[in-house]
Ligand binder design. Structure first.
Ligand code: URA
Length: 193
């Protein structure tokens, strides 16, 4: 029931809670929620910003053009979509793809925190400034946050921040740094028991 706290929900109950969520105003403009996809045994959790138009229509994260590039990025470290878990800070699309508002991120983050708790990933890859700054509670530019092992939450999960694939589509020169970040992710996966 809705009296059960989010922190106690199992995967199916959490997905259902998100599907029927009205905790912020974005529920009024969504087609559907985008809960997340992938393996519930994944060692790598990828966190983006929010669903776009295509994701809102399909109910799946990163299915547009940026998603195709994300698949290629995963391929570069010998991973596929089925090996990882992919979610966003916001489960609903902001109108016209505007940035998430603080109250929306605050309302939605308990769902992500429960996803992390259920998943227990070895490492989180935060894609883009919005996701990285929110998770790290930092105002530093993404160019400063990327390239190193940081951490999220308590107990702390290792976190690597990197560029958003939509940014890489506009600025292909940044791909070299993105591959460095992916190799760091790979190394953390390899060295974490
Ligand atoms: N961009 C994101 O950050 N997340 C998606 O799911 C799609 C595009």
């Amino acid at each position: 029931s809705s009296e059960t706290s989010v922190a106690e929900l199992d995967w199916p109950a959490l997905a259902e809670r998100v599907r029927t969520c009205t905790n912020c105003e974005l529920h009024g403009t969504r087609i559907q929620t985008v809960f997340g996809v992938g393996s519930e045994n994944a060692d790598l959790l990828i966190i983006g910003e929010a669903p776009g138009a295509e994701e809102d229509r399909k109910g799946e994260p990163f299915v547009g053009r940026a998603g195709k590039l994300l698949d290629a990025m995963l391929g570069a470290i010998a991973l596929s979509r089925d090996d990882v878990y992919i979610a966003n800070i916001l489960k609903c699309r902001p109108p016209n793809n505007r940035d998430p508002q603080r109250d929306e991120s605050t309302a939605c983050t308990p769902y992500l925190e429960r996803q992390i708790q259920l998943l227990q990933p070895k490492v989180i890859l935060a894609l883009g400034r919005i996701a990285a700054q929110w998770l790290l509670q930092s105002d530093a530019p993404i160019g400063r946050l990327r390239g190193q092992k940081l951490g999220f939450g308590n107990p702390e999960t290792p976190l690597v921040a990197s560029y958003h694939p939509a940014y890489l589509l506009r600025s292909p020169a940044a791909k070299a740094k993105s591959w460095e970040d992916l190799r760091l992710v790979r190394k953390i996966l390899r060295t974490t028991p």
